[in-house]
Every structure is written in structure tokens, then in C-alpha cells.
Design a protein around this ligand. Sequence first.
Ligand code: SF4
Length: 390
Amino acid sequence: MESESETRNQDLSIYIHWPFCRSKCPYCDFMSIPKNDPREFNEVENLLLKDLGNSLKELKSPYVKTIFFGGGTPSLMSAKSIANILNFITKNYRTDTDIEISLEANPATFSKQKLREIREAGVNRLSLGIQSFQNKNLKFLGRIYDSEQALKAAETVAEVFSNYSFDFIYGYQSQTMEDLKKDLTTAVNFGCSHISCYQLTFEEGTPFFWSLQNEKIKPITEAQEVEFFRYIQNFLKKFSFNRYEISNYALKNFESKHNLAYWRYQNYLGVGPSAHSRLIFNNKKYELKKLSDIDKWKSNLYKNLPTYEEKNPLTDYEQLEEIFIMGLRLSEGVSIKSLRLRFSEDILDPILKKIDYIFDKNLFQKSKNRIKLSEIGMLKQNSIVEFLFN
Ligand code: SF4
């Protein structure tokens, strides 16, 4: 596996953010607007291409390794626009022979025909946000489809794509362990090669956060969290799925290359409203963020103005912190050798000393060359990184 220091500067992953959904799920804090206006969809599709072209022009000979259409609900985009964006990249830039092109889909938003067109446009990996196959849980999560539609969508994806992921949300009051077992069994029986299981979180500003504050929803206990987490790992292991990241499981060689680029702290360009990037300009790593206000993003594109609302160089210390935030999510952890090559002793050694200090507490796995979290450590990843960098 490639480590963060071996990444060549020009290697690039591209993220395209589609900012619309059919309706807003009550737990979601992503930048997504509930809308179904074909004229605005068409306008944004054209502007995404312009934003992409402008942003790529600023980069030195990028070599594109992965492309990811996320959102929002990018399965609402027209297959023609997806094809236009992909043709633009492949005609004008060098791309990996093994390029991974993923698209996120919501079960209520496509027909078999549409999915075939998306595949013909060049998408070779589909990530289906099922969340659950069961009515009571879909209802609790505010999803816009029922169990029957979820199964139908899964069937269609399995028919049209050979590389696909099913995404689930777990850890909420209406869901039992039996429910989770049924969902995972269904997923495995479909023959998917990748499964994501995200624990429900209550993000500030969402209706679920409000319900939590008002005690209309009760979170699960820490003991239940551990139980669910272990159950998923043990269940999927029996079917040869390896947990390669806190919430992600894959059969051998079916890990998401695009998401690995984030976790391994490689370069990525995000286009579309609110999209983030980590890029190198003049040998300096920058964090960049596109305008979150969609009207401002559109108007800047019409006026040929930049669409970044933030563009800040990152200090070595900030980069080190980001490497730990991302890298400790991975089962492979972070390579000590590559940290030594990249950072001076005065920045790195205090962090390594802190790790030694908490090492006994069973949070880390013993490994000579890499820093890796144990299973319990993974569940406490946020507070570990906070301890290390405060
Ligand atoms: S479909 Fe996905 S992006 Fe859209 S509101 Fe629901 S969780 Fe958020």
C-alpha cells in the first residue's frame, strides 16, 4: 500500500459536489438543498464543468487517479452531464489506466435505464446509500423510499455494476441488533464488494440534534455503540470483508481508492459549492474550500471570479494533525518512517512521546513501523487526536 510520503505531487483525486437532493434527511448536515427543478439542475451541471475547468487550469500537470461524484444526490444529475465532465477530464488530462470513477446514488432516484447510462458515461463504481432495508428504520431516518424500493434499487445496482458499495447507518433507538443482522445479510447476499456502516451522529443545526436536545430522541449508550461496532466487524469478517477504515469494509482490492486518498492525506481537488481541497502550490500544501453559498458560487462563475471562499497554506504542525486525524481512521494507521521524512524532530517528537504515554491504555496496536489504533482506540479516535494535539 502506498504511504502518504510516496504520493507524487501531481497525483490527484477529483471530487464533484452535486448540491441537490429530493428532500432533506433529518440527520444530514451536508451541503444539500432539497429541490427538483430541471432548469436549475441543467444550469448547475454546466457550471460544475466550468468550475472544474478553472480549478484544473491552476494545477501543474495533474495525473488523475480517482473521480467521485458526491453530494447531495448526484444520481439526480443527467447521464449526459456526467459524461461531459468525464470526457472533459479524460480528453485534457492524464488519467490512470485503472482510474476509479464513483457515484453516490439514492435508491429513490434512478431507473435501470438511467443507471446503464451512468455506467456508459464512464462511472465504474456505484455507492448506494440504502441506510436500511427495513421500513420502520427508513421511516425513523426520514428516507424517501420504503423497503421494497430499497431492495429493487439494490437489485438494479447489482445487475448494472460489478463494483458497488452499500451504505448503512446504525446505532439509533428504533434499530435492534437483529435489524442490523438482516441488513448486513441482505447486503452480503447481493454480492456487493464494499459496505460502509456509519454510526448515526447528531450534528448541530439538524432536526435530529434539536430532537436530541428536547429529549424526543435518545442516543444509544456507549456500551451499545461498542456492541454494534464489534458485531459489524465480526459479522462481515465471516464473509471476508476487511475493516480497512473505522466505518468501511471491503473484499480484497475493493477498498474505495478515492476515500483512501483522503485518509492517506493525498492531494484532492473538490469542485462545486462547499467542496474542500488539499492541494500543493509552490511546494506548499493548502486547504481550500469552495463557496458554500450556491448563489455566490454561481455568480462568481458567471463573472469569471474565483470560487474559493478559503485558500490557506497549512503549517507543518497543522499538516501533521490532519495526517493523524485522517490516518488513524485506517486499520493500516500512519507510517512512522514517512512522518520522519516529512517533519522535523521538534514537531514530531512531542506527539510520539504523548503516544508512548497513553500506549499502555490499550488504545494502540503494537507495530514497529506504523502507529495504529486498536479496536477500542478506533472508537475513541477523536479524543485521542484531541489529546495528542492539545
Ligand atoms: S440524501 Fe444524503 S445528502 Fe441528501 S439530505 Fe439525505 S443524507 Fe443528506
